[in-house]
Design a protein around this ligand. Structure first.
Ligand code: NAP
Length: 323
């Protein structure tokens, strides 16, 4: 049975008596999952509710009931329990579980009765609505709400503000998810299934691979007295500012964009010959990203076609390399 605040989660009562009575305009939200995003989302919905916004946090459900109880305690959610304790689909159910677990969780939910207007949405960045097929087969509305943001451990409600959230689903689903986005302070962006996949790849480049690049930069100078990323921090921050102020091509500087083939040759020799840099990924990444930078510089006329070809030859994978 789901626990209610009058039983297991009663200690959270102090925050709720101040609330206005729910009205037809308020979206009752339940969350399935207890991971990083589930916790941040629960806090954001709870904050919206306590500020008199249009959302109401009505329950937290997860396979780990203890974790669900902790979130309910911290946010004032009136109910918590295991996912099977949801029992009836109503209002908005936001599924925040690992991508691979989505079909199984959807099948569990599809066995439950559904009230009119119930909407089940997942928050995965990578997936379309196919993991929710078992719900669709029962005529239950489904959608996806993907906040284009990184939610590390401890992320709070502010993490949602000022970001974009991609919405996928039929118009009746995206209309409700549009309201969720607005209440959380996100800008909604309705996308097709194909655009959603592409947007997720773009997010991997912009976030995960940017971190990987910073990591590679750090490994390029072993043995420095200070962390290399700290030394490079002003450069990295100014570069990011330039990307947003000028665009990705105009923000590009450096030897490739200037056609300094001699410097590129020296870099490659250092990367491949230095006994301290015993890491094949460094020259491979340098060559690959150098080719991208060269085509950018060609596209805005900073490189002549001849210099571009010379750079491509220099930056091509060595003979016999798997790439
Ligand atoms: N974190 C982010 O930055 C971020 C950003 C945008 C979107 N998302 C999306 O949010 C979703 C969750 O990501 P997260 O970062 O919050 O992951 P997480 O912290 O690893 O949490 C994963 C959650 O899924 C639950 N889970 C895993 N397998 C399950 C199963 N078979 N049945 C029921 N629950 C299961 C876990 O339960 P246990 O605790 O019991 O293992 C945990 O509550 C993913 O779809 C991800 O794409 C995350």
């Amino acid at each position: 049975m789901p626990a209610t605040r009058s039983s297991k989660a009663a200690q959270t009562d102090s925050r709720r008596p101040l609330l206005p009575a729910p009205t037809a305009n308020i979206i009752p939200c339940r969350i399935a999952g207890s991971g990083k995003l589930a916790r941040a989302l629960a806090r954001a919905i709870s904050e919206n509710e306590h500020n008199g916004g249009g959302l109401r946090l009505s329950g937290i459900f997860a396979r780990n009931e203890t974790a669900a109880a902790a979130i309910a305690r911290n946010t004032g959610a009136p109910k918590y329990g295991q996912i099977t304790d949801i029992r009836q689909l109503e209002g908005l159910l936001l599924i925040c579980v690992s991508d691979d677990a989505l079909p199984a969780v959807a099948r569990q939910l599809a066995g439950m009765p559904a009230a009119g207007g119930a909407l089940v949405a997942h928050l995965s960045g990578a997936l379309d609505l196919s993991p929710l097929a078992s719900l669709q087969q029962r005529g239950i509305a489904t959608g996806s709400f993907h906040p284009l943001q990184s939610f590390p451990e401890g992320a709070g409600p502010e993490t949602f503000r000022g970001i974009y959230a991609s919405l996928l689903g039929p118009p009746e689903a995206t209309a409700q998810l549009h309201r969720l986005a607005a209440e959380l302070g996100c800008t909604p962006l309705v996308v097709s299934a194909q655009q959603k996949k592409q947007l997720h790849i773009a997010a991997v480049f912009a976030s995960n691979y940017m971190v990987a690049l910073a990591h590679l930069a750090g490994r390029s100078v072993p043995g420095l007295a200070l962390p290399v990323t700290e030394v490079l921090r002003p450069l990295m921050e100014t570069t990011l500012q330039n990307i947003f102020a000028k665009g990705t091509t105009a923000a590009l500087t450096g030897p490739v964009s200037r056609g300094d083939t001699g410097t590129v040759q020296t870099h490659l020799r250092t990367l491949t010959a230095d006994p301290f840099l015993q890491d094949d990924t460094l020259p491979a990444a340098y060559r690959l990203l150098g080719r991208v930078a060269a085509s950018q510089a060609l596209s805005d006329g900073r490189l002549s076609p001849e210099t571009y070809r010379e750079l491509l030859t220099l930056l091509s994978e060595p003979h016999g390399s798997a790439g």
